[in-house]
Design a protein around this ligand. Structure first.
Ligand code: C2E
Ligand code: MG
Ligand code: MG
Length: 725
């Protein structure tokens, strides 16, 4: 390789094309012959004019030029040559002794001069020198050109690299960085040169980055590759992920030299590195990872992640001799909302519920969506039941306020079962299962509450299967009974109505109350059969009493939300009372506020249809649900039944009874009838009387009794009261 330029140099020198110009033809010929003898390619020009002509059509490396010629002088030829073939050199041949002409020619670019008469050897030596110099310049220019091209190519390769390419000084400052940094992170290469690389690293990765570069075994053959976050310019927070490979530069393989523009010179470089943007891959990985362990709708951990966290928490708790709580949450009434308002609304509701639940949690607690409308919650460090109760109460409370979904306002409750480690189970599966069992017990006993798992519950859950089988049999065998509780006029003590309350005459367990089986009936959808039987029986019994003279006697029946929300509810109800020839005007249905709030639009239509048929509507347990005064005047409601809890609050003190006062006053204002439930004492009765509450119901007048006992009661002019004491 090294010999190539000198060889070219030699061959160029030998074949140099030389134009010999003089007005004296003999001199031209002898000069040309001399040059040819030395291997040059000589062309003869007789005078300046001839020379210019030749210059127009041929290429020359050198001209031997006489200055003084009669037609066109040497200076004109020089100018012409300069114009057309600037790379062609000139040696002036001058007969003149005048120094001025020669020095003028040299100033104009002549490379040398020979004085006439000349010594051939001297002439050849001069020509040789000039041609040699000329070809050296040329090959230098050639190399320079190739270097520039090569430099441009490498610069292009480095700057077009999809990765950031950089060099660092031994102290960690950038001494070169390619322009890729601008499109990826927004920095100008020039502004980074001289700055330490840690300014680019996300704060969390600085220590890692510095350690990696100083690792003892790092070398060109063993480069270090690390994933790190780099900061984007102008935003302290925005980072992108890079896979950075760096190694120390071996001085044997690269000695920095020269200057480069833009991204720094790379001089003093001790490290070389590349940084590949892997943000998209990282994000995809993170998403896949997230998807595997989270529920996409609520973005909560899923069942798998939850179980994993519980396992970890158990290990920790057992080592530290601590307790932990696992809660199983099931939304009440979610299915009804989902079925009636559609899945999109159901999804929205789940998201809104999640947000509210999350607000009740502490750092370190794990809330997960277990599936459908079930959530699980891990409280990793609790002191005992009281801690867990507190959270459970908070969770229940936070879901109490209505949820607004589009133009609907809906209410959900939550039933919570709690299992405390280690009392309620030592393994993850046991804890979750037992929390589920405890939750189930809440569901059966009225919902929207919480319970701790106890051993007796697991026995209960097997009982539940038996109970379900028994209930199916009971419906077939007619084991259900209807008891009636009198609703009495507070002033006259006369029975004005009867509330039908279901009982189950269980062949082995004796008389069962609604709380023992109603939840199960609702869940297993046996409730509609149960209601049908109760309604039929009640229509028969009360219809008989009406026909025997108690024409105004009112029959009050309770209805479950599931029934009221059934699309064929009105039709079936009217069918049943017609089949029993029961006068619709004597029937009052009792529904709870929660049923109404579920879907106000739909329920108001249902109730209106019923009211049009003459059926009366009562709000049961008024004041305990999501009391919204808004619906009271929009719906065809006839009666408010004040819940027992408010009646119980009447103990003499005026403050205790303030809710009853308010409800009664409001009912009067809205011209609604009012029935006070759960009246047990004379004082309560007295108080209600003074408020102007017309009708009461409760143990004071008697519990629910079988039809035969009611028949007897009805024959009496007023309910005889056996006052305690
Ligand atoms: P409810 O409609 O609020 O019925 C009043 C409950 O209070 C009845 O309990 C009744 O026996 C009880 N009670 C009445 N007076 C007093 C009193 O002075 N003191 C106390 N402590 N309690 C009193 P029961 O029969 O156990 O019924 C409980 C609930 O089960 C009812 O509450 C009602 O919501 C539901 N239910 C009863 N029968 C049926 C039915 O046939 N169908 C439906 N869907 N639900 C029913
Ligand atoms: Mg009732
Ligand atoms: Mg009630």
């Amino acid at each position: 390789m090294a010999s190539e330029p000198s060889y070219r140099h030699f061959s160029q020198q030998m074949s140099a094309r030389i134009l010999v110009v003089d007005d004296e033809p003999r001199l031209v010929s002898s000069l040309a012959a001399l040059l040819c003898g030395y291997g040059y390619d000589a062309t003869e020009a007789y005078g300046g004019k001839h020379a210019c002509k030749l210059i127009d059509s041929q290429h020359f490396d050198l001209a031997l030029l006489d200055l003084r010629m009669p037609d066109v002088d040497g200076f004109t030829v020089m100018a012409h040559l300069e114009h057309l073939q600037p790379e062609c050199g000139t040696i002036v041949i001058s007969g003149e002794s005048s120094f001025t002409a020669v020095s003028r020619a040299l100033r104009r670019g002549a490379l040398d001069y020979i004085r006439k008469p000349f010594d051939p050897e001297e002439l050849i030596a001069t020509v040789k020198g000039v041609v040699g110099k000329q070809s050296l310049v040329k090959s230098h220019e050639d190399i320079q050109g190739r270097l520039e091209k090569s430099e441009a190519l490498h610069r292009y390769i480095v700057n077009s690299s999809p990765d950031i390419v950089f060099m660092l000084q031994a102290d960690g400052r950038f001494c070169f960085i390619n322009s890729k940094i601008e499109s990826l992170l927004g920095y100008q290469p020039a502004e980074l040169c001289g700055r330490h690389f840690r300014h680019l690293l996300d704060d969390r990765d600085v220590a890692k980055g510095i350690y990696a570069l100083n690792a003892p075994d790092i070398s060109a053959d063993n480069p270090r590759t690390l994933e790190m976050r780099l900061k984007t310019r102008g935003s302290r927070k925005a980072t992108r992920y890079f896979e950075i490979t760096a190694f120390p530069i071996d001085p044997q393989t690269w000695t920095p030299s020269g200057d480069a523009q833009g991204g720094g010179s790379g001089r003093n470089a001790s490290y070389y590195g590349t940084a590949r943007d892997v943000t998209e891959r990282k994000e995809a990985e993170a998403f896949i990872n997230f998807q595997a362990y989270h529920d996409l709708l609520t973005r909560l951990p899923n069942r798998a992640l939850f179980k994993d966290r519980v396992e970890l928490a158990i290990t920790h708790a057992s080592r530290e001799k601590q307790k932990l709580a696992v809660m199983f949450l099931d939304l009440d009434r979610f299915k009804i909302i989902n079925d009636t308002l559609g899945h999109a609304m159901g999804d929205q509701l789940l998201q809104a519920v999640t947000q509210r639940l999350e607000r009740c949690l502490r750092k370190g607690d794990t809330l997960s969506r277990f599936g459908g409308d079930e959530f699980t919650l891990l409280l990793p460090c609790v002191h005992g039941q009281e801690d867990a109760s507190q959270i459970a109460r908070k969770l229940i409370k936070t879901l109490k306020a209505p949820f607004v979904l589009g133009k609907h306002e809906v209410f959900v409750g939550v039933s919570i079962g709690i299992a405390i480690y280690p009392d309620a189970g030592k393994s993850m599966d046991q804890l979750i299962q037992n929390a589920d069992i405890a939750m189930y017990h809440v569901k059966v006993r009225g919902k929207d509450s919480y319970r701790f798992f106890s051993e007796s519950m697991s026995i209960h859950s097997t009982h539940r299967l038996h109970l379900e089988r028994d209930l199916r049999l009971a419906l077939k065998r007619g084991e259900l009974r209807v008891f009636y509780q009198p609703q009495v006029c507070a002033n006259t003590n006369r029975i004005v109505g009867l509330e039908a309350l279901v009982r189950w005459q269980h062949p082995e367990r004796g008389l069962l109350y609604p709380r023992d089986f109603l939840g199960l009936a609702e869940e297993t959808k046996l409730i509609s059969q149960l209601s049908e039987q109760v309604l039929d029986q009640a229509c028969k019994d009360v219809g008989r009493w009406i026909r025997s003279g108690h024409t105004n006697l009112r029959l009050a029946v309770n209805l479950s939300p599931i029934e009221v929300e059934h699309p064929r509810f009105v039709e079936t109800l009217i069918e049943r009372i017609n089949a029993n020839r029961f006068p619709a005007g004597n029937l009052e249905i009792e529904i709870t506020e929660n049923v109404i709030m579920n879907d106000l639009e739909k329920i108001s239509q249902t109730l209106r249809e019923l009211a049009d048929q003459g059926v009366r509507i009562a709000i049961d347990d008024f004041g305990t649900g999501y009391s919204s005064l808004n619906y009271l005047h929009r719906l065809p409601i006839h009666t408010l039944k004040v819940d027992q809890s408010f009646v119980k609050a009447i103990r003499g003190g005026v403050d205790d009874a303030c809710i009853v006062n308010a409800i009664v006053a409001m009912a009067h204002g809205l011209k609604l009838e009012i029935v006070a439930e759960g009246v047990e004492t004379k004082d309560q009765l007295q108080y209600l009387r003074t408020l102007g509450c017309q009708q009461v119901q409760g143990f004071f007048y008697g519990p629910a009794q079988p039809a035969a006992d009611i028949s007897k009661l009805l024959t009496q002019p007023s309910v005889r009261v056996a006052l305690p004491g």
